[in-house]
Design a protein. Structure first.
Length: 54
């Protein structure tokens, strides 16, 4: 989010909240599928899948 700060005027609250919404959407697109893959891992790779989440 630091790289996004110079691109937007953060003096207005609306712009800042818009940037946060975009960041939350991106994080959800990464962590959602990652959790799904880790939860459906085989028993022999469960430890490695757990490490990926941590």
């Amino acid at each position: 989010m630091t790289w996004l700060a110079p691109l937007v005027d953060v003096s207005r609250g609306g712009t800042r909240s818009s940037a946060l919404i975009v960041a939350r959407f991106g994080i959800g697109c990464v962590f959602g599928p990652m959790v799904t893959v880790a939860m459906h891992a085989e028993s022999r790779t469960a430890g490695a899948a757990s490490d990926v989440l941590n």
